[in-house]
Design a protein around this ligand. Structure first.
Ligand code: PGA
Length: 244
């Protein structure tokens, strides 16, 4: 079953997320009603900003956290911890996103601590890896070594692990990686872990079906194109397609 996840980043307000989620649940209801066979939807996740987190009470998708510190609570100005996530009954989190690694300087060691803490708490972990353009241009060996280094210290057999491959050069650029690039990278990743493998980086309602048809792609992590509920609904429908 495909996994379709939307990462809102620092976009959409609490009020906007409230109306988005209500609309998504009801449009997925109508979509399911319109299907003749009793097929199931892909597993769908939404990751709103911390101020827009909502209780996990939706019918067709789960809410997760984009980030949290590896503590229950305490002196961590600007952060939220496990206790704040539990208040919303959340049990999914993104760890290792390139924006956390790059802009917020999260080291592999720091990310390891986050991973261990949230794995211990039984969370589903959307663990992101991805190279910059310079690394990609150095060839397959450099690419493989780099992606492996971003997995170092992570328990790749953790049962609730989901790995998202997101090449930095394809994030927010409108230009996704090519089918060949995604296929060869995911094939390599599949030899390192049996976790579901998502692709992320300029996925949209037009390219979702093609990307979801690539071998070893088990879903997508979507940024910009998840911000409009109509577009995200189409991406979910691409993940549903019985021809896959
Ligand atoms: P994008 O972002 O879809 O806007 O490229 C993907 C991500 O950062 O998860």
């Amino acid at each position: 079953m495909n996994i379709i996840a939307g990462n809102f980043k620092a976009n959409l307000t609490r009020a906007q997320v409230a109306s988005y989620t209500a609309q998504l649940d009801s449009s997925l209801d109508s979509f399911l009603d319109s299907q003749s066979a009793q097929n199931t939807l892909p597993r769908v996740y939404l990751f709103p900003s911390s101020t827009a987190l909502l209780d996990n009470t939706f019918k067709h998708f789960r809410i997760g956290a984009q980030n949290a510190h590896f503590a229950n609570s305490g002196g961590f100005t600007g952060e939220i911890g496990l206790s704040q996530l539990q208040e919303f009954h959340l049990s999914s989190i993104i760890i290792g996103h390139s924006e956390r690694r790059g802009i917020f300087n999260e080291s592999q060691d720091f990310i390891n601590q986050k991973f261990r803490f949230y794995a211990q708490a039984g969370f589903e972990i959307f663990y992101c890896i991805g190279e910059d353009l310079k690394t990609r241009q150095q060839g397959q060996k450099a690419l493989g070594d780099f992606l492996e280094s971003q997995l170092s210290g992570i328990d790749t057999s953790y049962s609730k692990l989901i790995v998202a491959y997101e090449p930095i050069w394809a994030i927010g650029t409108g230009e996704s990686a090519s089918v060949e690039q995604i296929e060869s990278t995911h094939t390599m990743l599949a030899s390192l872990t049996s976790a579901p493998l998502l692709y992320g980086g300029s996925v949209n309602e037009k390219n979702a079906h093609e990307i979801l048809s690539i071998p070893h792609v088990n879903g997508v992590l979507v940024g910009s194109a998840s911000l409009k509920v109509e577009n995200f609904t189409q991406i979910i429908q691409a993940g549903f397609s019985p021809s896959l």
